[in-house]
Design a protein around this ligand. Structure first.
Ligand code: 3PG
Length: 202
């Protein structure tokens, strides 16, 4: 699904009640995959609510421990995203048979991901690491590896990443920023998502 959409909205929900309107707003914008970060206490409840939607594949982000893997998989998460590389998280994901996308920022971390049998990594934080030139430099020695650049990605710069053959998809919070969620501006979330999806297909 991520390979088809090539856009992964990352959401942090302060209130689990927002999950239903947010899911509807993102789906209306044309995405089919969503990452709910564990940065808020409402995250697990939000994952449970969002998995009710048959048109969305729900994953969990900011997963940093094996215990959290169990929690999010039990809540219905279909994939796990991490800010960095953790052998414990990856092993637990593999045992629970759930896709895991670890964060990488260096060639060493990429080699650790390859050693773990993975073929997709999150380049994080992509823009702060140097953006597209950094992605190109890291991708060159690792043919076959696919990246999900995240961190500082917006509709304004996603095209450059998506044009690179090593990029599977881009992720980020720009489609569902905290201020819009807090204000219940769901139509604006849909507009931002539609703009991103349109740009990704140009
Ligand atoms: C993440 O959790 O993946 C990042 O915080 C997303 O970064 P962004 O807010 O710059 O999109």
């Amino acid at each position: 699904m991520l390979a088809a959409d090539r856009i992964l909205p990352v959401v942090a929900l302060d209130n689990a009640d927002w999950a239903t309107p947010l899911g509807a707003a993102l789906a209306a914008g044309g995405v089919h995959t969503i990452e709910v970060t564990l940065r808020t206490r409402a995250a697990l409840a939000a994952i449970r609510t969002l998995t009710d939607r048959t048109d969305l594949i729900v994953g969990a982000g900011t997963v940093t421990s094996a215990e959290q893997v169990d929690h999010v998989v039990d809540a219905g998460a279909r994939f796990v995203v991490c800010p960095g590389f953790s052998s414990g998280v990856i092993r637990r994901c593999q045992r629970r048979e759930v896709t895991v996308i670890p964060g990488v920022a260096t060639p060493t971390e990429i080699q650790m991901a390859l050693d773990a049998g993975l073929s997709v990594v999150k380049l994080f934080p992509a823009e702060q690491l140097g953006g597209l030139p950094m992605l190109k430099a890291l991708a060159a020695p690792f043919p076959g590896l696919r990246f999900v650049p995240t961190g500082g990605v917006t509709t304004a710069n996603l095209r450059g990443y998506l044009d690179h053959p090593a990029v599977l998809a881009v992720g980020g919070t720009w489609m569902a920023p905290a201020a819009l969620l807090a204000a219940g501006r769901w139509d604006d979330v849909t507009s931002l998502t539609t703009a991103a999806v349109t740009e990704s297909r140009e």
